[in-house]
Design a protein around this ligand. Structure first.
Ligand SMILES: NC(=O)c1ccc[n+]([C@@H]2O[C@H](COP(=O)([O-])OP(=O)(O)OC[C@H]3O[C@@H](n4cnc5c(N)ncnc54)[C@H](OP(=O)(O)O)[C@@H]3O)[C@@H](O)[C@H]2O)c1
Length: 365
């Protein structure tokens, strides 16, 4: 990991820098240093990314323009989809540019505003993550409601991963009570939410995870059957042993060997919600599905989806999910890494299973 400096103009980022702040008589007092910090990618990895692929830059502060808001980021999200953004070329989301600040979801607190709708102290969600501070026009921020739900949940169970689980399960897979679902990466941000939503709905859940600690965690969340894929000689045999009559739904977070196993154990007319294929993100090997013929034999419906397909329904999701959390029917699992410097390593941990639930980076104590 290297540290470099850059001008605000070069990077389209205009930020304040590390901020020493305190609350006194309900006032937020800012003592701002002269620069902010942001992570960039320095190189495009061919397979597994390394810390050396990332570079931290310092960005000098500038005054706000009319209509702009300055936010001190408290939490930033690292997500598997960002691995795809490290590659060049077309995808459903634009690649990161070399030596330019990366972005992604973050939540924080308004510390300065030249927009009428935002006041210092407002808590907001936005896409200018991977940096200590964000400066942007007001329309790039979403104000968060004040509630008992902590703001970092809007990066996890109340945010993109939670919505992915919710819409993937209910809209894409059309899950119904009494059915049997197989979910991979079941202890992760999306997977642990799918598992809990499915149990709440009355499905039988087979969860696949890597390692004994995660086995214990998903059992505790209510999984009926658990496969530790790292110690199982065959995922397909383990799945068949768990549910000999097969699965109605496969919620795929991993792809390749898990997808192949699910094809081998699908019931007639099974539905597969293809959410992610993390096993392939760092791989240069082709994905081979030895059970592909089952798609015809079992008349399996396979549907890929991207969460942005459901943005117009996010309000309904947030209402439902907030109620489930407040009723104690669903738990938010989080793994927290502390400090701006831990951003790249937290991201890399996603590919070695270092997280339980949503992987988060806390930027402000
Ligand atoms: N379609 C969409 O709109 C959308 C939105 C969000 C996320 N996603 C996808 O959903 C999946 C889960 O995302 P998330 O944010 O919730 O991440 P996550 O599950 O919290 O973290 C990734 C997990 O994947 C597992 N994993 C990593 N490498 C693996 C490998 N080679 N083989 C098997 N498992 C592996 C690890 O768990 P173990 O320790 O159990 O191996 C790791 O903890 C990802 O594929 C992501 O790309 C898609």
């Amino acid at each position: 990991v290297q540290l470099a400096s850059a001008s605000a103009g070069d990077h389209g980022l205009n930020a304040v820098g590390c901020s020493l702040r305190c609350r006194f008589l309900n006032l937020t007092i800012g003592v701002h240093l002269s620069v902010a910090k942001a992570w960039c990618i320095a190189s495009r990895p061919k397979d597994c990314p390394q810390l050396a692929d990332f570079i931290a830059i310092e960005i000098p502060r500038r005054d706000l323009r009319e209509g702009e808001v300055r936010v001190l980021n408290h939490w930033m999200s690292v997500d598997p989809y960002m691995r795809g953004r490290m590659n060049a070329g077309d995808s459903y989301i634009t690649p990161f540019e070399l030596d330019k600040p990366m972005d992604g979801f973050a939540v924080g607190e308004v510390i300065e505003s030249r927009a009428t709708d935002f006041q210092p102290g407002d808590q907001v969600l936005h896409m200018l993550g991977w940096r200590t501070e964000a400066v942007a026009p007001a329309n790039q921020y979403v104000k968060l409601p004040s509630s008992t739900i902590p703001i970092q949940a809007y990066l996890g169970i109340m945010g993109m991963p939670g919505a992915t689980a919710y819409f993937g399960l209910f809209e894409v897979a059309q899950a119904k009570a009494g059915e049997c679902i197989f979910v991979s990466a079941a202890a992760g941000g999306v997977g642990s939410t799918v598992l809990q939503l499915a149990k709440n709905k009355g499905l039988t859940v087979v969860a696949s995870v890597g390692g004994p600690e995660k086995v214990r965690i998903v059992r505790d969340l209510g999984a009926d059957f658990v496969i530790d894929y790292k110690s199982s000689p065959s995922i397909e045999s383990a799945l068949r042993d768990a549910v000999p009559s097969g699965v109605d739904i496969y919620f795929d977070n991993v792809g390749h060997s898990h997808l192949d196993a699910a094809l081998g154990c699908a019931k007639d007319f099974a539905r597969f919600a293809i959410c992610g294929m993390i096993q392939s993100y760092n791989s240069t090997q082709p994905t081979i599905l030895s059970n592909a013929i089952k798609i015809i034999e079992k008349r399996i419906a396979i549907k890929g989806f991207v969460i942005t397909d459901f943005v117009c329904k996010l309000d309904a999701f947030r209402t439902d999910m907030a109620a489930l959390i407040q009723q104690g029917r669903i738990r938010s699992l989080e793994t927290i890494r502390s400090g701006f410097e831990s951003g790249p390593s937290a991201f890399l941990e996603l590919f070695s299973g270092g997280n339980v639930g949503k992987m988060l980076v806390r930027l402000v104590d």
